[in-house]
Ligand binder design. Structure first.
Ligand code: NAD
Ligand code: UGA
Length: 441
Protein backbone atom coordinates (compact mmCIF):
# COMPACT_ATOMS: atom_id res chain seq x y z
CA UNK A 1 0.00 0.00 0.00
CA UNK A 2 1.14 3.58 -0.59
CA UNK A 3 0.90 5.48 2.69
CA UNK A 4 1.54 9.10 3.60
CA UNK A 5 2.07 10.00 7.24
CA UNK A 6 1.53 13.69 7.99
CA UNK A 7 3.60 14.70 11.05
CA UNK A 8 6.87 12.92 11.76
CA UNK A 9 6.93 13.13 15.57
CA UNK A 10 6.82 10.20 18.02
CA UNK A 11 3.63 8.75 16.62
CA UNK A 12 4.16 9.64 12.96
CA UNK A 13 7.72 8.36 12.74
CA UNK A 14 7.02 5.14 14.65
CA UNK A 15 3.83 4.47 12.63
CA UNK A 16 5.54 5.24 9.33
CA UNK A 17 8.58 3.08 10.08
CA UNK A 18 6.50 0.14 11.37
CA UNK A 19 4.09 0.29 8.40
CA UNK A 20 7.13 0.22 6.10
CA UNK A 21 8.54 -2.71 8.09
CA UNK A 22 5.61 -4.91 6.98
CA UNK A 23 6.14 -4.05 3.30
CA UNK A 24 4.24 -0.82 2.67
CA UNK A 25 5.67 2.10 0.73
CA UNK A 26 5.64 5.03 3.18
CA UNK A 27 6.30 8.75 2.81
CA UNK A 28 6.58 10.80 6.03
CA UNK A 29 5.86 14.52 5.80
CA UNK A 30 6.89 17.14 8.32
CA UNK A 31 6.86 20.91 8.04
CA UNK A 32 9.87 21.12 10.37
CA UNK A 33 12.78 21.09 7.88
CA UNK A 34 15.32 20.28 10.62
CA UNK A 35 13.54 17.01 11.50
CA UNK A 36 13.42 15.95 7.86
CA UNK A 37 17.07 16.91 7.33
CA UNK A 38 18.15 14.73 10.29
CA UNK A 39 16.09 11.81 8.96
CA UNK A 40 17.38 12.20 5.40
CA UNK A 41 20.94 12.26 6.80
CA UNK A 42 20.29 8.89 8.46
CA UNK A 43 19.68 10.24 11.98
CA UNK A 44 16.68 10.07 14.34
CA UNK A 45 15.33 13.28 15.92
CA UNK A 46 14.02 11.50 19.07
CA UNK A 47 15.31 8.90 21.51
CA UNK A 48 13.17 5.78 21.12
CA UNK A 49 14.67 2.31 21.67
CA UNK A 50 14.89 0.21 18.49
CA UNK A 51 13.48 2.90 16.22
CA UNK A 52 16.78 3.75 14.53
CA UNK A 53 17.16 0.14 13.29
CA UNK A 54 13.60 -0.02 11.88
CA UNK A 55 14.03 3.36 10.19
CA UNK A 56 17.44 2.64 8.67
CA UNK A 57 16.41 -0.87 7.53
CA UNK A 58 13.37 0.46 5.69
CA UNK A 59 15.12 3.50 4.25
CA UNK A 60 17.78 1.13 2.87
CA UNK A 61 15.05 -1.11 1.43
CA UNK A 62 13.57 1.91 -0.37
CA UNK A 63 10.22 1.64 1.48
CA UNK A 64 10.52 4.67 3.78
CA UNK A 65 10.99 8.23 2.55
CA UNK A 66 10.86 11.71 4.06
CA UNK A 67 9.74 15.03 2.66
CA UNK A 68 8.78 18.60 3.49
CA UNK A 69 6.72 18.88 0.29
CA UNK A 70 2.98 18.93 0.97
CA UNK A 71 2.26 18.43 -2.76
CA UNK A 72 4.41 15.31 -2.93
CA UNK A 73 2.88 13.96 0.29
CA UNK A 74 -0.75 14.39 -0.81
CA UNK A 75 -0.03 12.90 -4.21
CA UNK A 76 1.81 9.89 -2.73
CA UNK A 77 -0.53 7.90 -0.50
CA UNK A 78 -4.03 6.56 -0.99
CA UNK A 79 -3.86 6.32 2.79
CA UNK A 80 -3.17 9.66 4.49
CA UNK A 81 -2.46 9.36 8.23
CA UNK A 82 -2.74 12.58 10.21
CA UNK A 83 -0.32 12.26 13.16
CA UNK A 84 0.36 15.88 14.04
CA UNK A 85 0.34 17.34 17.57
CA UNK A 86 -2.84 18.30 19.45
CA UNK A 87 -1.40 20.43 22.27
CA UNK A 88 -3.58 21.95 24.97
CA UNK A 89 -5.23 25.27 24.26
CA UNK A 90 -5.34 27.98 26.96
CA UNK A 91 -8.45 26.40 28.52
CA UNK A 92 -7.08 22.82 28.32
CA UNK A 93 -9.08 21.75 25.27
CA UNK A 94 -7.18 20.16 22.37
CA UNK A 95 -5.84 22.66 19.84
CA UNK A 96 -6.89 21.30 16.45
CA UNK A 97 -5.12 23.86 14.27
CA UNK A 98 -2.45 21.38 13.06
CA UNK A 99 -4.96 18.61 12.37
CA UNK A 100 -7.24 20.92 10.40
CA UNK A 101 -4.32 22.48 8.50
CA UNK A 102 -3.27 18.96 7.45
CA UNK A 103 -6.86 18.18 6.38
CA UNK A 104 -7.09 21.38 4.34
CA UNK A 105 -3.82 20.57 2.59
CA UNK A 106 -5.21 17.20 1.58
CA UNK A 107 -8.46 18.76 0.29
CA UNK A 108 -6.53 21.46 -1.57
CA UNK A 109 -4.36 19.02 -3.51
CA UNK A 110 -6.00 15.58 -3.76
CA UNK A 111 -6.97 14.32 -7.20
CA UNK A 112 -8.03 10.74 -6.45
CA UNK A 113 -9.67 8.67 -3.68
CA UNK A 114 -8.03 9.08 -0.24
CA UNK A 115 -8.64 7.46 3.12
CA UNK A 116 -7.80 10.14 5.67
CA UNK A 117 -7.02 8.60 9.05
CA UNK A 118 -7.00 10.62 12.27
CA UNK A 119 -4.22 9.03 14.33
CA UNK A 120 -3.66 12.09 16.50
CA UNK A 121 -5.56 12.12 19.79
CA UNK A 122 -8.56 14.29 18.97
CA UNK A 123 -11.84 15.16 20.72
CA UNK A 124 -15.14 13.65 19.71
CA UNK A 125 -16.42 15.40 16.59
CA UNK A 126 -13.00 16.02 15.04
CA UNK A 127 -13.52 13.55 12.19
CA UNK A 128 -16.58 15.60 11.20
CA UNK A 129 -14.40 18.74 11.23
CA UNK A 130 -11.73 17.02 9.13
CA UNK A 131 -14.40 15.86 6.68
CA UNK A 132 -15.78 19.42 6.56
CA UNK A 133 -12.34 21.01 6.03
CA UNK A 134 -11.62 18.71 3.08
CA UNK A 135 -15.10 19.29 1.63
CA UNK A 136 -14.62 23.06 1.81
CA UNK A 137 -11.37 22.87 -0.15
CA UNK A 138 -12.98 20.67 -2.81
CA UNK A 139 -15.85 23.14 -3.14
CA UNK A 140 -13.35 26.00 -3.54
CA UNK A 141 -11.67 24.04 -6.34
CA UNK A 142 -15.09 23.13 -7.77
CA UNK A 143 -14.15 19.45 -8.05
CA UNK A 144 -15.63 16.21 -6.75
CA UNK A 145 -13.07 13.74 -5.39
CA UNK A 146 -14.16 10.80 -3.21
CA UNK A 147 -12.64 10.32 0.26
CA UNK A 148 -13.29 8.63 3.59
CA UNK A 149 -12.39 9.83 7.08
CA UNK A 150 -11.47 7.24 9.71
CA UNK A 151 -10.59 7.49 13.40
CA UNK A 152 -7.70 5.22 14.37
CA UNK A 153 -6.26 6.42 17.70
CA UNK A 154 -2.81 5.30 18.74
CA UNK A 155 -2.05 3.58 22.07
CA UNK A 156 1.75 3.28 21.93
CA UNK A 157 3.89 4.23 24.95
CA UNK A 158 7.09 6.22 24.57
CA UNK A 159 10.09 4.06 25.37
CA UNK A 160 8.29 0.95 24.06
CA UNK A 161 6.76 2.51 20.97
CA UNK A 162 8.07 0.13 18.32
CA UNK A 163 7.09 -2.96 20.31
CA UNK A 164 3.64 -1.47 21.06
CA UNK A 165 3.02 -0.66 17.39
CA UNK A 166 4.26 -3.99 16.06
CA UNK A 167 2.38 -6.03 18.70
CA UNK A 168 -0.67 -3.97 19.69
CA UNK A 169 -3.17 -5.11 22.36
CA UNK A 170 -5.95 -3.78 20.15
CA UNK A 171 -6.42 -1.69 17.04
CA UNK A 172 -9.35 0.68 17.42
CA UNK A 173 -10.95 1.71 14.14
CA UNK A 174 -13.89 4.08 13.91
CA UNK A 175 -15.29 4.07 10.40
CA UNK A 176 -18.66 4.20 8.76
CA UNK A 177 -18.11 3.20 5.13
CA UNK A 178 -17.37 -0.23 3.71
CA UNK A 179 -14.51 0.84 1.42
CA UNK A 180 -12.57 2.42 4.31
CA UNK A 181 -13.27 -0.52 6.64
CA UNK A 182 -11.91 -3.01 4.08
CA UNK A 183 -8.81 -0.89 3.59
CA UNK A 184 -8.21 -0.66 7.36
CA UNK A 185 -8.55 -4.44 7.67
CA UNK A 186 -5.95 -4.94 4.95
CA UNK A 187 -3.64 -2.29 6.40
CA UNK A 188 -3.59 -3.87 9.84
CA UNK A 189 -3.69 -7.55 8.81
CA UNK A 190 0.11 -7.96 9.31
CA UNK A 191 -0.17 -6.73 12.93
CA UNK A 192 -2.79 -9.25 14.06
CA UNK A 193 -1.63 -12.58 12.78
CA UNK A 194 -2.18 -14.41 16.09
CA UNK A 195 -5.76 -13.28 16.68
CA UNK A 196 -8.27 -10.59 15.76
CA UNK A 197 -7.28 -7.32 17.40
CA UNK A 198 -9.30 -4.91 15.34
CA UNK A 199 -12.08 -3.34 17.37
CA UNK A 200 -14.43 -1.79 14.87
CA UNK A 201 -16.86 0.93 15.95
CA UNK A 202 -18.42 4.22 14.93
CA UNK A 203 -16.13 7.23 14.59
CA UNK A 204 -17.28 9.11 17.70
CA UNK A 205 -16.87 6.08 19.96
CA UNK A 206 -13.33 5.56 18.62
CA UNK A 207 -12.46 9.18 19.37
CA UNK A 208 -13.82 8.86 22.92
CA UNK A 209 -12.12 5.47 23.47
CA UNK A 210 -8.69 7.07 23.22
CA UNK A 211 -9.43 9.64 25.92
CA UNK A 212 -11.19 7.05 28.07
CA UNK A 213 -8.11 4.81 28.00
CA UNK A 214 -5.67 7.54 29.05
CA UNK A 215 -8.11 8.93 31.62
CA UNK A 216 -8.56 5.48 33.19
CA UNK A 217 -4.80 4.92 33.40
CA UNK A 218 -4.25 8.39 34.89
CA UNK A 219 -7.04 7.68 37.40
CA UNK A 220 -5.32 4.50 38.60
CA UNK A 221 -2.09 6.40 39.14
CA UNK A 222 -3.66 9.34 41.00
CA UNK A 223 -5.66 6.91 43.13
CA UNK A 224 -2.50 5.06 44.13
CA UNK A 225 -0.66 8.33 44.74
CA UNK A 226 -3.35 9.53 47.13
CA UNK A 227 -3.36 6.18 48.90
CA UNK A 228 0.44 6.44 49.18
CA UNK A 229 0.13 9.73 51.04
CA UNK A 230 -2.44 8.10 53.32
CA UNK A 231 -0.25 5.00 53.81
CA UNK A 232 2.56 7.23 55.09
CA UNK A 233 0.23 8.82 57.62
CA UNK A 234 -1.07 5.44 58.77
CA UNK A 235 2.26 3.63 58.90
CA UNK A 236 1.36 1.28 56.02
CA UNK A 237 3.43 0.43 52.94
CA UNK A 238 1.95 1.25 49.52
CA UNK A 239 4.17 -1.35 47.85
CA UNK A 240 2.52 -4.12 49.86
CA UNK A 241 -0.90 -2.63 49.17
CA UNK A 242 -0.11 -2.54 45.42
CA UNK A 243 0.80 -6.22 45.42
CA UNK A 244 -2.21 -7.06 47.54
CA UNK A 245 -4.73 -5.44 45.24
CA UNK A 246 -2.95 -6.04 41.90
CA UNK A 247 -3.22 -9.80 42.26
CA UNK A 248 -7.01 -9.49 41.86
CA UNK A 249 -7.49 -9.99 38.10
CA UNK A 250 -10.36 -7.49 38.17
CA UNK A 251 -7.82 -4.85 39.20
CA UNK A 252 -4.66 -6.15 37.50
CA UNK A 253 -0.99 -5.42 38.24
CA UNK A 254 -0.22 -2.69 35.73
CA UNK A 255 -0.22 1.06 36.30
CA UNK A 256 -0.53 0.87 40.07
CA UNK A 257 2.88 2.32 40.87
CA UNK A 258 2.78 5.30 43.22
CA UNK A 259 5.33 7.98 42.45
CA UNK A 260 6.01 11.69 42.19
CA UNK A 261 3.21 12.23 39.66
CA UNK A 262 2.48 11.31 36.06
CA UNK A 263 3.94 13.43 33.28
CA UNK A 264 4.51 13.18 29.55
CA UNK A 265 2.87 14.67 26.52
CA UNK A 266 -0.35 12.70 26.91
CA UNK A 267 -1.90 11.96 30.32
CA UNK A 268 -1.84 15.58 31.54
CA UNK A 269 -3.09 17.01 28.24
CA UNK A 270 -5.69 14.31 27.55
CA UNK A 271 -7.16 14.45 31.07
CA UNK A 272 -7.54 18.23 30.70
CA UNK A 273 -9.01 17.90 27.20
CA UNK A 274 -11.61 15.33 28.28
CA UNK A 275 -12.64 17.56 31.18
CA UNK A 276 -13.11 20.39 28.65
CA UNK A 277 -15.02 18.19 26.20
CA UNK A 278 -17.39 17.20 28.99
CA UNK A 279 -17.77 20.81 30.13
CA UNK A 280 -18.74 21.83 26.58
CA UNK A 281 -21.37 19.08 26.65
CA UNK A 282 -22.68 20.50 29.94
CA UNK A 283 -21.24 17.80 32.17
CA UNK A 284 -18.71 18.05 34.99
CA UNK A 285 -16.30 15.12 35.27
CA UNK A 286 -15.79 15.14 39.04
CA UNK A 287 -13.64 12.03 39.20
CA UNK A 288 -11.31 13.18 36.45
CA UNK A 289 -10.99 16.69 37.87
CA UNK A 290 -9.86 15.10 41.13
CA UNK A 291 -7.35 12.96 39.19
CA UNK A 292 -5.87 16.10 37.68
CA UNK A 293 -5.78 18.00 41.00
CA UNK A 294 -4.21 15.05 42.81
CA UNK A 295 -1.49 14.84 40.16
CA UNK A 296 -0.64 18.54 40.44
CA UNK A 297 -0.28 18.07 44.21
CA UNK A 298 1.75 14.88 43.78
CA UNK A 299 4.39 16.65 41.70
CA UNK A 300 5.18 18.67 44.85
CA UNK A 301 5.40 15.70 47.19
CA UNK A 302 9.21 15.47 47.03
CA UNK A 303 9.56 19.22 47.55
CA UNK A 304 7.42 18.89 50.71
CA UNK A 305 9.63 16.09 52.00
CA UNK A 306 12.79 18.07 51.22
CA UNK A 307 11.55 21.26 52.93
CA UNK A 308 10.43 19.23 55.97
CA UNK A 309 13.99 17.93 56.23
CA UNK A 310 15.96 21.11 55.32
CA UNK A 311 13.50 23.97 55.97
CA UNK A 312 11.58 26.03 53.43
CA UNK A 313 14.51 28.38 52.75
CA UNK A 314 16.95 26.23 50.81
CA UNK A 315 19.60 28.94 50.23
CA UNK A 316 23.06 27.40 50.26
CA UNK A 317 21.69 23.85 49.86
CA UNK A 318 22.77 21.76 46.91
CA UNK A 319 20.90 18.75 45.54
CA UNK A 320 21.87 15.90 43.23
CA UNK A 321 19.04 14.94 40.90
CA UNK A 322 18.86 11.59 39.13
CA UNK A 323 16.46 11.59 36.19
CA UNK A 324 14.95 14.37 34.09
CA UNK A 325 12.77 12.55 31.53
CA UNK A 326 9.11 12.00 32.45
CA UNK A 327 9.83 8.26 32.46
CA UNK A 328 12.75 5.97 31.54
CA UNK A 329 13.80 5.19 27.95
CA UNK A 330 12.85 8.56 26.54
CA UNK A 331 14.37 12.03 26.31
CA UNK A 332 10.89 13.56 26.52
CA UNK A 333 10.50 16.10 29.34
CA UNK A 334 7.03 17.36 28.49
CA UNK A 335 5.14 17.83 31.82
CA UNK A 336 7.91 15.88 33.59
CA UNK A 337 7.77 15.98 37.41
CA UNK A 338 11.49 16.91 37.31
CA UNK A 339 10.55 20.31 35.87
CA UNK A 340 8.37 21.21 38.85
CA UNK A 341 10.99 19.92 41.27
CA UNK A 342 13.87 21.87 39.69
CA UNK A 343 11.84 25.09 39.53
CA UNK A 344 10.69 24.76 43.17
CA UNK A 345 14.15 23.97 44.55
CA UNK A 346 15.78 26.82 42.61
CA UNK A 347 13.00 29.21 43.64
CA UNK A 348 13.79 28.41 47.27
CA UNK A 349 17.47 29.29 46.75
CA UNK A 350 18.96 25.82 46.22
CA UNK A 351 21.30 24.71 43.45
CA UNK A 352 20.86 21.42 41.58
CA UNK A 353 23.19 19.14 39.63
CA UNK A 354 21.24 16.76 37.43
CA UNK A 355 22.11 13.57 35.60
CA UNK A 356 19.95 11.78 33.01
CA UNK A 357 21.22 9.23 30.46
CA UNK A 358 19.49 10.90 27.48
CA UNK A 359 17.43 13.95 28.49
CA UNK A 360 20.15 16.45 29.47
CA UNK A 361 20.17 18.22 26.09
CA UNK A 362 16.43 18.68 26.38
CA UNK A 363 16.86 20.03 29.94
CA UNK A 364 19.56 22.46 28.75
CA UNK A 365 17.02 23.78 26.22
CA UNK A 366 14.16 24.05 28.73
CA UNK A 367 16.26 25.48 31.59
CA UNK A 368 18.54 27.65 29.42
CA UNK A 369 17.78 30.62 31.70
CA UNK A 370 18.32 28.77 35.02
CA UNK A 371 21.86 29.38 36.35
CA UNK A 372 21.18 27.29 39.48
CA UNK A 373 20.95 24.07 37.44
CA UNK A 374 24.09 22.26 36.26
CA UNK A 375 24.70 18.81 34.80
CA UNK A 376 26.89 15.82 35.62
CA UNK A 377 28.46 13.39 33.17
CA UNK A 378 27.93 10.38 35.48
CA UNK A 379 25.33 9.66 38.19
CA UNK A 380 27.83 9.66 41.06
CA UNK A 381 29.44 12.88 39.84
CA UNK A 382 26.12 14.65 40.47
CA UNK A 383 26.54 13.90 44.19
CA UNK A 384 29.77 15.90 44.62
CA UNK A 385 29.10 18.58 47.25
CA UNK A 386 25.38 17.68 47.44
CA UNK A 387 23.36 17.77 50.64
CA UNK A 388 20.96 15.10 49.40
CA UNK A 389 20.12 12.86 46.45
CA UNK A 390 16.70 13.17 44.78
CA UNK A 391 15.43 10.60 42.23
CA UNK A 392 12.53 11.26 39.86
CA UNK A 393 13.01 8.81 36.96
CA UNK A 394 13.52 5.08 37.46
CA UNK A 395 16.24 4.53 34.85
CA UNK A 396 17.69 1.02 34.94
CA UNK A 397 21.18 2.37 35.64
CA UNK A 398 19.98 3.82 38.96
CA UNK A 399 18.72 0.46 40.23
CA UNK A 400 21.80 -0.80 41.95
CA UNK A 401 24.03 2.08 43.03
CA UNK A 402 26.91 1.86 45.53
CA UNK A 403 25.02 2.97 48.65
CA UNK A 404 28.11 3.22 50.81
CA UNK A 405 29.72 5.54 48.22
CA UNK A 406 26.52 7.59 48.23
CA UNK A 407 26.67 7.83 52.03
CA UNK A 408 30.34 8.90 51.93
CA UNK A 409 29.74 11.55 49.24
CA UNK A 410 26.56 13.23 50.48
CA UNK A 411 26.84 15.94 53.15
CA UNK A 412 23.60 14.75 54.79
CA UNK A 413 22.61 11.09 54.61
CA UNK A 414 19.33 11.86 52.80
CA UNK A 415 17.90 10.11 49.72
CA UNK A 416 14.49 11.24 48.39
CA UNK A 417 13.15 8.68 45.93
CA UNK A 418 10.09 9.60 43.84
CA UNK A 419 9.92 6.14 42.22
CA UNK A 420 10.35 3.69 45.11
CA UNK A 421 13.38 2.03 43.56
CA UNK A 422 15.10 0.58 46.62
CA UNK A 423 14.71 -1.74 49.56
CA UNK A 424 14.57 0.65 52.54
CA UNK A 425 16.49 -1.83 54.72
CA UNK A 426 19.48 -1.66 52.36
CA UNK A 427 19.71 2.10 52.63
CA UNK A 428 19.26 2.07 56.40
CA UNK A 429 22.03 -0.53 56.65
CA UNK A 430 24.29 1.90 54.79
CA UNK A 431 23.50 4.76 57.14
CA UNK A 432 21.18 6.55 54.72
CA UNK A 433 17.83 8.14 55.55
CA UNK A 434 15.39 7.00 52.88
CA UNK A 435 12.28 9.00 51.99
CA UNK A 436 10.23 7.32 49.26
CA UNK A 437 6.55 7.47 48.27
CA UNK A 438 4.00 5.84 50.54
CA UNK A 439 6.38 3.79 52.66
CA UNK A 440 5.21 4.24 56.23
CA UNK A 441 8.77 4.12 57.64
P1 NAD B 1 5.04 15.48 18.10
O1 NAD B 1 4.95 16.86 18.58
O2 NAD B 1 6.20 14.63 18.51
O3 NAD B 1 4.99 15.46 16.50
C1 NAD B 1 4.07 16.17 15.72
C2 NAD B 1 4.76 16.57 14.41
O4 NAD B 1 3.80 17.10 13.50
C3 NAD B 1 5.82 17.66 14.57
O5 NAD B 1 7.06 17.17 14.09
C4 NAD B 1 5.30 18.84 13.73
O6 NAD B 1 6.33 19.56 13.10
C5 NAD B 1 4.44 18.11 12.72
N1 NAD B 1 3.39 18.92 12.07
C6 NAD B 1 2.55 19.83 12.62
N2 NAD B 1 1.69 20.29 11.69
C7 NAD B 1 1.98 19.67 10.53
C8 NAD B 1 1.43 19.70 9.23
N3 NAD B 1 0.36 20.45 8.93
N4 NAD B 1 1.98 18.92 8.28
C9 NAD B 1 3.04 18.14 8.56
N5 NAD B 1 3.59 18.05 9.78
C10 NAD B 1 3.07 18.81 10.76
O7 NAD B 1 3.68 14.77 18.53
P2 NAD B 1 3.44 13.24 18.94
O8 NAD B 1 3.94 13.00 20.33
O9 NAD B 1 3.86 12.35 17.84
O10 NAD B 1 1.84 13.23 19.03
C11 NAD B 1 1.04 13.34 17.88
C12 NAD B 1 -0.39 13.00 18.27
O11 NAD B 1 -0.46 11.63 18.69
C13 NAD B 1 -0.94 13.81 19.44
O12 NAD B 1 -2.30 14.03 19.23
C14 NAD B 1 -0.73 12.90 20.64
O13 NAD B 1 -1.65 13.15 21.67
C15 NAD B 1 -0.98 11.54 20.03
N6 NAD B 1 -0.30 10.43 20.70
C16 NAD B 1 0.98 10.58 21.14
C17 NAD B 1 1.62 9.49 21.75
C18 NAD B 1 3.02 9.60 22.28
O14 NAD B 1 3.46 8.69 22.97
N7 NAD B 1 3.76 10.66 22.01
C19 NAD B 1 0.95 8.25 21.86
C20 NAD B 1 -0.36 8.15 21.36
C21 NAD B 1 -0.98 9.24 20.78
C1 UGA C 1 0.63 6.90 27.70
C2 UGA C 1 -0.18 5.61 27.58
O1 UGA C 1 0.40 4.61 28.43
C3 UGA C 1 -0.20 5.13 26.13
O2 UGA C 1 -1.03 3.97 26.02
C4 UGA C 1 -0.77 6.24 25.25
O3 UGA C 1 -0.76 5.87 23.89
C5 UGA C 1 0.07 7.48 25.43
O4 UGA C 1 0.08 7.88 26.82
C6 UGA C 1 -0.49 8.62 24.64
O5 UGA C 1 -1.67 8.74 24.48
O6 UGA C 1 0.33 9.38 24.18
P1 UGA C 1 3.24 7.49 27.82
O7 UGA C 1 2.78 8.86 28.17
O8 UGA C 1 4.27 7.31 26.77
O9 UGA C 1 1.98 6.59 27.36
O10 UGA C 1 3.84 6.83 29.13
P2 UGA C 1 3.29 5.92 30.33
O11 UGA C 1 4.14 4.71 30.43
O12 UGA C 1 1.85 5.70 30.25
O13 UGA C 1 3.62 6.83 31.59
C7 UGA C 1 2.99 8.08 31.77
C8 UGA C 1 3.34 8.65 33.13
O14 UGA C 1 2.72 7.91 34.17
C9 UGA C 1 4.85 8.65 33.46
O15 UGA C 1 5.22 9.86 34.05
C10 UGA C 1 5.00 7.50 34.43
O16 UGA C 1 6.08 7.69 35.32
C11 UGA C 1 3.67 7.56 35.17
N1 UGA C 1 3.28 6.27 35.77
C12 UGA C 1 3.01 5.20 34.97
C13 UGA C 1 3.16 6.17 37.16
O17 UGA C 1 3.38 7.16 37.90
N2 UGA C 1 2.76 4.98 37.69
C14 UGA C 1 2.47 3.89 36.93
O18 UGA C 1 2.10 2.84 37.51
C15 UGA C 1 2.60 4.01 35.53
Amino acid sequence: MKITVVGTGYVGLVSGACLAEVGNDVLCLDLNPEKIRILKDGGIPIHEPGLDQVVSRNVAAGRLHFTTSIEEAVRFGTVQFIAVGTPPDEDGSADLQYVLAAARNIGRLMTDYKVVIDKSTVPVGTADKVRGAIAEELVKRDVVVPYSVVSNPEFLKEGAAVEDFMRPDRIVVGADDEQAINLMRALYAPFQRSHEKLVLMDVRSAELTKYAANAMLATRISFMNELAVLAEKLGADIEHVRQGIGSDPRIGRHFLYAGCGYGGSCFPKDVKALIQTAASAGQGLKVLQAVEDANEAQKLVLVDKITRRFGSDLSGKHFALWGLAFKPNTDDMREAPSRVLISELCKRGATVTAYDPVAMDEARRIFAEEPRLSYAVRPMQALDGADALVIVTEWLEFRSPDFSAIRKTLKSPAVFDGRNMYDPALLLANGLEYEAIGLGI
